[in-house]
Design a protein around this ligand. Structure first.
Ligand SMILES: [Zn+2]
Length: 590
């Protein structure tokens, strides 16, 4: 019998791939060894059928590193660099981090999720396996394997910034009872994205991309245990103060902060992991207080990453400030009770009431001016004044003015009316009134809306042209009929200048001669059959191109070389031509 360290001496183990998870590495070995059952691989690497099976926070790393004679690194190194502890560990205290490493090295990870703050947070406690389909293709080319990237598994990361596309979630779980325990990403087992995510708006795309970048850079740019909740909180306070979102009395201006946070958060709500985010100003008000409370250890890192992305926009800006903060300060106090916090402070009132009476009653100063002089906020002065029997004329609240200013800014940026109403908790009528009452605002808003839509449509068309410029306009427009229709109606001169040029064929692909005729015959047959099948269920509505490539998946990849597949091209055109009279009207440019 071999001693554990000698087990793999004669058959070298695979090396790590860049940014690969431990689960991915085991799954690749499993594939390489060709084991018919998952437990055989587990038995070999962990000496047990059940160890190591969690794809996010695996246990059994101690036995693993012993059996592999540390060829892949020590248990500690693997825990810290190749599992989700790399992400969580940044935010843990040294004691908790060490315990987490021990749990992963040992036999049980049962209590780990609780310790990491996963079960007590509002975020999901499980980690879906995620992959970028473009990374998969690239990895196969470069390394011979599609594999799981660690950075893609971080909570909050739903976007691949290398390829500019959303990540897809695996349908398969690695629970140990599942028959696909060890597995690698493959197209068939990745969930189709909801269309709002697969075709995100410009704003949503920017948000998802930024959140992913912030999460990845924050982890990459820090050491284990470097991020202490108390000091993070101080950094947030500093930024809030700089933005003028803290009153002179030191309270948070919750209304304006909540409106701003809502604007940020609503772009990312469609991701299930972030579904607990606010959708209305009321929800935002309720959540922001909790979110900005001084955080002790145990808060889910995603909570910090969201705040950092929202307030700082990237990890670097936060880290610069964070590292410059003076250390050894007393823990921060909870002041999220905000505008009302000062009202309960009887001492402060006793100290300032004489001055208040003098300013307001004798000198006739306004509540706002008094507040400025006393270094408290206006709402507090109003309450104190009432206590002293001073009658204050109720002027429109400052917060209302702030929200109005925010609303105007949003409208200038082209925000939809219904969306603005929802965002700021007002009626559409009020939004329209504001649009009309500000000089030049309505015109600016209209132009911006039109500009947004034009940019979106042009961009959509450019993407189609770049990918499929050689398939002819008929097929091109059927790839995205809405974009074509918009441009045709609103931006026709531009569209006319950006039509595909007939007869331009694709440059030859690679050196090998491909038997195009054979492919053409096979593919056209498949498309023909699909068209028949679709029209039998479609009733009178027209066949769409996407329906064809949904039935014949390889068709999508072939669209860019369709000029080499004349039979297939003809079959598709024929199928799409069985169209309704309505769409014939848009045919003028073809
Ligand atoms: Zn990618």
């Amino acid at each position: 019998m071999n001693s554990p360290g000698q087990l793999f001496e004669s058959s070298p183990l695979l090396n790590w791939l860049p940014d690969e998870t431990f689960f991915s590495w085991v799954s690749r070995n499993h594939r390489l060894w060709g084991h018919d059952a998952d437990w055989r691989t587990s038995q070999l690497l962990f000496g047990s059928r059940q160890a190591g099976i969690h794809h996010d926070l695996p246990n059994g790393l101690g036995i693993f590193s012993e059996r592999t004679a540390n060829q892949l690194g020590t248990a500690e190194a693997i825990a810290r660099e190749r599992t989700l502890l790399r992400y969580y560990g940044r935010f843990l205290s040294p004691g908790d981090e060490q315990e987490a490493v021990l749990a992963l090295s040992g036999n049980s990870v049962a209590h780990l999720k609780f310790r990491l703050g996963l079960l007590t947070s509002r975020f999901r406690a499980h980690h879906p396996l995620k992959a970028c389909t473009a990374c998969m293709a690239m990895d196969v080319q470069e390394h011979g394997w599609a594999y799981w990237h660690l950075q893609h598994q971080y909570p909050g990361v739903w976007w691949c910034n290398t390829h500019g596309i959303p990540l897809r979630e695996s349908l398969l779980k690695s629970t140990g009872v599942d028959r696909f325990l060890w597995h690698l990403p493959c197209l068939d087992s990745l969930r189709e994205l909801p269309s709002e995510i697969s075709h995100p708006t410009e704003a949503m795309l920017t948000s998802l991309s930024s959140l992913a970048k912030t999460a990845i850079e924050l982890v990459a740019g820090t050491r284990p245990c470097e991020l202490e909740p108390d000091y993070l909180y101080r950094a947030y306070r500093a930024e809030l103060t700089q933005r003028g979102w803290v009153t002179e009395g030191g309270s948070l201006r919750l209304s304006i902060i909540a409106a701003n946070f809502l604007e940020y958060a609503r772009q990312t709500r469609l991701i299930p992991e972030l579904g607990a985010f606010p959708a209305t100003i009321q929800e935002s008000m309720a959540q922001i207080g909790r979110l900005l409370r001084p955080m002790r250890s145990g808060a889910h890192p995603l909570r910090h990453i969201l705040i950092i992305d929202w307030l700082f926009g990237d990890a670097d800006s936060l880290l610069r400030l964070y590292r410059a903060l003076p250390r050894d300060l007393a823990p921060a106090a909870d002041d999220t009770k905000s505008e009302n916090a000062c009202m309960n402070e009887g001492d402060k009132f006793a100290e300032l009431s004489v001055k208040l009476i003098q300013l307001m009653k004798t000198e006739g100063k306004s509540a706002r001016a008094t507040a400025q002089q006393l270094g408290v906020d206006t709402a507090t002065v109003m309450v104190w004044a009432a206590k002293c029997g001073i009658k204050v004329s109720r002027r429109p609240k400052i917060l209302k003015e702030e929200i109005r200013a925010l609303l105007i800014a949003s409208l200038r940026g082209g925000m939809d009316k219904a969306e603005a109403a929802k965002t700021y908790g007002i009626s559409i009528v009020t939004v329209t009134q504001v649009l009309r009452s500000e000089i030049g605002l309505h015109e600016a808003w209209k132009q911006c809306r039109q500009g947004h839509e034009r940019e979106k449509a042009r961009k959509g068309w450019r993407v189609l042209m770049a990918e499929h410029g050689n398939i002819g306009i008929k097929l091109l427009r059927s790839l995205n009929p809405a974009v074509y229709a918009w441009l045709y109606r609103n931006d026709r001169p531009w569209l006319q200048q950006n039509l595909p040029i007939r007869g331009v064929s694709n440059p030859s692909v690679g050196g090998a001669r491909i038997d195009w005729d054979q492919r053409d015959i096979a593919l056209s047959g498949a498309v023909e059959a699909a068209a028949l099948a679709i029209s039998s269920t479609n009733g009178r509505s027209a066949i769409q191109l996407w329906q064809l490539y949904q039935q014949v998946p390889e068709l999508k990849a072939k669209l860019s070389v369709l000029d080499r597949l004349p039979l297939t091209q003809r079959v598709i055109e024929r199928a799409l031509n069985r169209r309704s009279a309505k769409s014939q009207a848009d045919d003028l440019l073809t």
